[in-house]
Write a protein that binds this ligand. Structure first.
Ligand code: ATP
Ligand code: FE2
Length: 324
């Protein structure tokens, strides 16, 4: 069985083609990186403009005809409403035109399942760190439960906003990581409430113009990164301890950070837990992860009618019934 998956939750439009053995036949994407933050409507226009070309490119890469596709899946949420709508329309058009089944899947679960496919983990604590989302997750009682999460902005968006505010460019994650290499620690906010984290105070503190003039930029980058990643490490360690699980899976766009991989990996090895990171080529938003989750759910018997495919911008990880 072959599935074409459509990702369009935020700034990336992705078209992936995956078979039921988990082989990724194609994973084409185009991202919209404005100098300022993403305007949802502009992201939707970007996705509309590139949808046809990306579907064609994915079919070419996969070396298959559109008629070889057995299933269409798409990100139904969470995400920016105008962007999600573009993905849903492309999915419905393909499904109705080709007379193939359609399945809207949860974007966050897709980040988890692609990580499970590409690593050897079985029952991990999942550190899902991306632009819009930051959650520490574990599977219990038929659902992926959120043990801890950000109370305000996602860690990636926090880093990106900081980079834009101080004029370092976009996306900030990789840029900050490079600059921070030569930095040393200066005191900054570190905010954990119970098992939840807050990043907006850290952002306000670090991007303050007075601080930026006073301190070296490499020290500010280092400390911002240090505190943000340390908060996630602390909550992850507590989740391991509460649940007794002994594996960690790092997934989402921020999983590409070598520094973050390093600190999380060190905590795991000190506790005797196995540490796994999703490969960089499927860490950020992509269509292959959506196609793979579509295949898993279809095989497990989930079906959807066209009138059930309306996007849900606030669809939470822990609302999804896991039927596989
Ligand atoms: P979601 O919808 O799941 O919240 P997203 O739309 O933000 O995802 P992703 O591609 O999953 O998209 O993640 C993008 C984030 O990853 C950006 O904030 C970017 O700065 C960050 N990122 C990418 N590479 C690195 C890196 N090397 N170090 C740190 N952060 C990185
Ligand atoms: Fe994502």
């Amino acid at each position: 069985m072959i599935c074409l998956g459509i990702e369009s939750t935020a700034h990336t439009l992705g078209i992936g083609i995956v078979d039921s053995n988990g082989n990724i036949l194609a994973n084409e994407k185009k991202s919209f990186f404005p100098d300022e933050g993403i305007h949802p409507r502009e992201a939707a226009v970007h996705h509309t403009n590139h949808a046809v070309e990306l579907v064609a490119a994915a079919l070419l890469t996969a070396k298959i005809s559109v008629h070889d596709i057995d299933l269409i899946s798409f990100s139904q949420g969470p995400g920016l409403s105008p962007s999600l709508k573009v993905g849903a329309v492309v999915a419905r058009t393909l499904a109705l035109g080709l007379k193939k089944p359609i399945l809207g899947v949860n974007h966050c679960i897709a980040h988890i399942e692609i990580g499970k496919l590409k690593t050897a983990v079985k029952d991990p604590i999942i550190v899902y760190a991306s632009g819009g989302n930051t959650q520490i997750i574990g599977f219990t009682g038929g659902k992926y439960r959120v043990f801890g999460e950000t109370l305000d902005i996602g860690i990636g968006n926090m880093i990106d906003k900081f980079a834009r505010k101080v004029g370092l460019g976009n996306p900030g994650g990789p840029i900050i990581e490079k600059i921070a290499k030569k930095g040393k620690y200066i005191d900054m906010p570190y905010s954990i409430k119970g098992m939840d984290m807050s990043f907006s105070g850290l952002l306000t503190f670090a991007a303050d113009s007075f601080l930026i003039k006073k301190e070296k930029i490499e020290d500010v980058c280092y400390s911002l990164q240090h505190n943000a990643y340390s908060m996630l490490v602390e909550v992850t360690e507590r989740a391991l301890s509460h649940t007794g699980k002994n594996e960690v899976l790092l997934t989402g766009g921020v999983a590409a950070s070598k520094i973050f991989q390093g600190v999380l990996g060190t905590m795991c090895s000190e506790r005797g837990a196995k540490f796994n990171v999703v490969p960089a080529n499927v860490a950020g938003d992509n269509g292959a992860m959506i196609a793979w989750l579509g295949l898993i759910e279809y095989k497990a018997g989930r079906r959807q009618e066209i009138n059930e495919t309306e996007p849900d911008p606030k669809w939470r990880t822990d609302e999804v019934e896991i039927g596989y």
